[in-house]
Design a protein around this ligand. Structure first.
Ligand SMILES: Cc1ncc(COP(=O)(O)O)c(C=O)c1O
Length: 359
């Protein structure tokens, strides 16, 4: 069967070149007679992949020397708790910016651990937007938390707030999709299963002095300090998803790096938003100035038409267009690896569907 145009929000599409390479190396990685999955995480072959994944990320992000790259497990959701456990000491407050379902989950997890001040909340309203940058930060907050791209509503932070204290961003659904000045952040984290790899690893990029703050009383594997000092290898690393990070970042470097990705992503998103705006049949969900280039959300005139749209698109090999169960509608996730031809196919289908179904 032909490969599907897979609009899944995550786990999501991977570059076809990467999958082909994984397939070629599956039974015999580098002449070893085994797959990378079957090898020790301390062996020579895996060590080279571990180092390459980190080096490629550092190259793509132009990573300052005082930051570390950690590979952790438990998904981005586990970070929602580990962040306050590591970085919110008793007696201090952390500021949270809420703009959608994921930042709501982050603040709820943090409220179980320590004192939190929600300094902005736009999440209650859909169509959604991101709070402006005129925010009343807590004096001497431990950190400020933000989600850079709300995967469910399709709203993205375009300009990050300037903060005196460390800014921590959940970039699960737009990491490596645009150039980024890492020095603006104390910490960035992302589940891998959208723009980085398959599920199973969480990327954490942290300023070393923050990682040093982990309380010694925390279990070792929960401590950023411990993970940093052991190069994410104090227990068995999730070797296969880290191998995928190495291959995906190789692909990103070969395809113009983050500038190249941003250009590609903007072209794809502009086409799709253009098709939405050119018609009265489709209505974009997110507030225009915060529209995400990764997750494009829109509605049709009725839920019946939405169900028909999703079913007919799937029959044409365009899959996973159903919006998140909490909001409904249509969501087309077009991450870095999503091909431009798939966007063209969707736009053509949207036009044909509208003509056939307009009242
Ligand atoms: C922005 C954002 N944050 C966090 C998560 C949760 O990630 P995980 O499932 O890896 O815990 C997701 C998952 O889709 C997400 O989109």
């Amino acid at each position: 069967m032909a490969r599907s145009y897979n609009f899944s929000a995550g786990p999501a599409i991977l570059p076809e070149e990467v999958l082909t390479q994984v397939q070629a190396e599956m039974l015999d990685f580098n002449g070893t007679g085994m797959s990378l999955m079957e090898m020790s995480h301390r062996g020579k072959e895996y060590s080279a992949i571990h180092a390459e994944a980190k080096a490629n990320l550092a190259t793509l992000l132009n990573l300052p020397e005082n930051y570390s790259i950690l590979f952790m497990t438990g998904g981005a959701s586990t970070q929602f708790s580990l962040i306050p456990m590591n970085l919110l000491p008793e007696g201090k407050t952390a500021d949270y910016i809420t703009a959608g379902a994921w930042s709501t989950k982050a603040i709820k997890a943090a409220q179980k651990i320590g004192t939190i001040n929600e300094i902005a909340n736009t999440a209650k309203d859909i169509p959604t937007c991101v709070p402006g940058n005129d925010l009343a930060f807590t004096d001497d907050a431990a950190y400020v938390h933000i989600c850079s791209n709300e995967t469910i509503s399709g709203a993205q932070v375009k300009e990050f707030p300037k903060t005196e204290v460390p800014l921590i961003a959940d970039m699960s659904s737009d990491i490596l999709s645009r150039p980024l000045d890492v020095s603006q952040f104390g910490m960035i984290y992302a589940g891998a299963q959208k723009n980085l790899a398959c599920a199973g690893v969480t990327l954490v990029i942290i300023r070393n002095d923050l990682a040093e703050r982990s309380p010694a009383a925390l279990p070792d594997l929960f401590q950023y300090k411990h993970v940093m000092e052991n190069d994410s290898l104090s227990n068995t690393a999730p070797t296969f998803p880290i191998y995928l990070i190495a291959l995906v970042t190789r692909w990103l470097i070969a395809n113009g790096g983050l500038e190249g990705m941003q250009k590609r992503n903007e072209e794809k998103a502009n086409k799709l938003y253009g098709a939405i705006d050119a018609s009265d049949f489709y209505k974009g969900t997110a507030v225009t100035e915060f529209r995400s280039p990764m997750n494009i959300t829109f509605r049709l005139p009725t839920e019946e038409l939405e169900a028909k749209f999703i079913a007919e698109a799937a029959a044409k090999n365009m899959t996973s267009l159903k919006g998140h169960r909490s909001v409904g509608g249509i969501r087309a996730s077009i991450y870095n690896a999503f091909p431009a031809a798939g966007v063209d196919a969707l736009v053509d289908f949207m036009k044909a569907f509208e003509s056939a179904n307009i009242a």
